[in-house]
Design a binder for this molecule. Sequence first.
Ligand SMILES: C[S@@+](CC[C@H](N)C(=O)[O-])C[C@H]1O[C@@H](n2cnc3c(N)ncnc32)[C@H](O)[C@@H]1O
Length: 283
Amino acid sequence: MARRIIRELAAKIFKGESYRILNSIDIIGDIAIIKAEEIDEKALNIFGEALIKELKYIKTVLRQITPVSGEYRIRRFKYIAGEDKRETIYKEHGIRIKVDVEKVYFTPRLSTERKRIMEQVSQGESVCNMFAGAGPYTILIAKYRNPRIVHSIDINKYAIDYHLENNYLNKFEDKIILYRGDAAQMVEKYIVNKVDRVLMPLPEKALTYLEYALKALKDTGYIHIYLHVKYSQDWRESLVKASEIVRNTLTEKCKIISLTPHKVREVGPRTMQVCVDTYIKKL
Ligand SMILES: C[S@@+](CC[C@H](N)C(=O)[O-])C[C@H]1O[C@@H](n2cnc3c(N)ncnc32)[C@H](O)[C@@H]1O
């Protein structure tokens, strides 16, 4: 229904360019974010106003004006229509995530992937999420898998502030330990040999932080390693490449019991986000 309305409005306002809007619109709670560089600002304002009028649950329309960047992986927005705000509450799979979209990384495009990871966690596991953001993976695991504990780390103060609020919002404050700081340092200090599973949802740092994921694990355990991988013809090449990269990085550091690459999403021209699920035994 919402998709149909968006499609119709875009076709009416942008005509032949409407596909740009349709490919680039994300709805996070009551905020619609449009990432379409070539689109004319005036037309975008008209579209924003129409969107708010037609879809009552959308209160704000923003245009993304920078790519996701920097250590905190955040982006800047320009106000387009509705209420001028950046904070919202996003709902997925029965949890609620409050977030300021300009201060903390968040994307609804990982919703299926978060569920896929959550479903692999067994009851009673201890988990470490090295790059937790406002907590979507962590809280999903806490809600559905009855873990012993989830250690959730992020270097961005705002991410941890929202994560804490989200723990209370979802009533999981007793299952989650939060750490504000660098994941390598937090693992070294507090999480050595402690967990059954490590999540590394930060492609830019996953490989360099892999040794700390190994440190956090008990004797055997799972690591979910996210990478951005280029391919030339067929996206399946990215799965093969990702497996090779992880295998080469882990060889000599541990015994690889299993290694399975999984396609997450296309993140750029011929660039795939891949999650390599590994099960390892320490040497
Ligand atoms: C791509 S975001 C993923 C956030 C979250 N997992 C999600 O899916 O919404 C990566 C997160 O890693 C954090 N980060 C970057 N460098 C870090 C580091 N060295 N140690 C801990 N967290 C870090 C960023 O602040 C950001 O919130």
